[in-house]
Design a protein around this ligand. Sequence first.
Ligand code: EPZ
Length: 415
Amino acid sequence: MPLYGNIPVSGAKNAALKLMCAALLSDRSIYFENAPNALRDIQSQTDLMQFLGCAIKREGSLMAINASNVENTVAPYDLVRKMRTSILVLGPLLARFGHAKVSLPGGCAIGTRPVDLHIKGLEEMGATITLEEGYINAQAPAEGLQGAKILFPKVSVGATENLMMAATLAKGETVLANAAREPEIIDLGECLIKMGAKISGLGTETIRIEGVSSPLGKAHHEILPDRIEAGTYIIAAGMTGGTVRLENARIEHLSAALGHLSQAGIEVEQDGRDIIVHRDPSRRIKGCDIMTEPYPGFPTDLQAQFMSMLTIAQGAGLVTETIFENRFMHVPELCRMGADITVQGNSAIVRGVEKLKGAEVMATDLRASVALVLAGLVAEGDTIVNRIYHLERGYENIVGKLSNAGAQIERIGGE
Ligand code: EPZ
């Protein structure tokens, strides 16, 4: 059934989680607007930050964090294993308190996801790091972390953020070369600047940070809109056909996807603060190829959704995943719904079929689960998606948002 209506886009999860970590660098209150407070990942991060001693208030989409009473610098396995991003408390804790012990996050469904770049960068800033009983035990020199020139052998969002935060309180200048350029990193950097940090080069491959004295100060920051949530709903409307207005979303953050969306037959345009998506329901989506790359390339976090769309396209599409080694977990589930997909190494050939058929399927990670929801929107008959806690890690009120636009979707069973 075509979608028609308005869908509000929430604040970006992958910015909010790091912004929360940044609050550890300050002894004053940091206020966030547009926080995606209903997400499970935000709850997990809140639990960890409170465990460390932060006072956190969340109301509607407002969040306030005060880390003036933090005394604990140990992030235990039980809290870290729920969410890999917890590793991002390492840099701020070490920079402000001189020591930190954070559980190694371990692998996850989409790949092994090592944290060697985070550790190596902190060592280059003078930290002594040992790995003991599954924990990263980090100690800064007596005179504090030292600015350093760090060249990443590989582009990493998390390592860029961890080291950028640590460098704000280091002695002297830190240069991060081959840094990641995601909008969420720019958002984090802009908030750090409001807190008193000295940072330049955000959004480029070279970020320079001039250390200031500890701790950082207060700030009021509006979190940028979630480009992956927006991209997901663009693809949803593209698959069903119809016209949807995405409230508070920025098309420029999706530039790599726009060409592919237009090739597929989906019209997307910015209208003030909103994005309007249109696809003529009487015409079929067309197949096209995508390859994931670090920003500004096509985002790996939209790969599963795009593949879901290609399953019903006219013609075939080649999907190549270059960021994570095991991010095709949605393939067997989509095939259970009648999709025709062949995986070969890190590529998948998707041959479009005329109709998917509803089935009972299992979510394996956040983006894989939403890809199954999208497939369910266009499949004949009912689709039941199990293990939706993955979905609730990263999509606020997805059932309400989609059903307001006319989708037949409900949450059944479970907590
Ligand atoms: C962030 O993960 C996002 N998570 C991911 O979104 C996203 O898929 C990913 O960036 C890439 O865009 C958050 O922001 C919370 P990376 P991150 O470090 O920082 C390798 C979602 O669905 N690597 O850029 O962990 C790594 O294994 C999530 O919302 C190392 O080898 O990703 C991967 O192959 C999933 N050593 C590549 O780099 C390291 O020390 C890029 O990872 C670090 C990373």
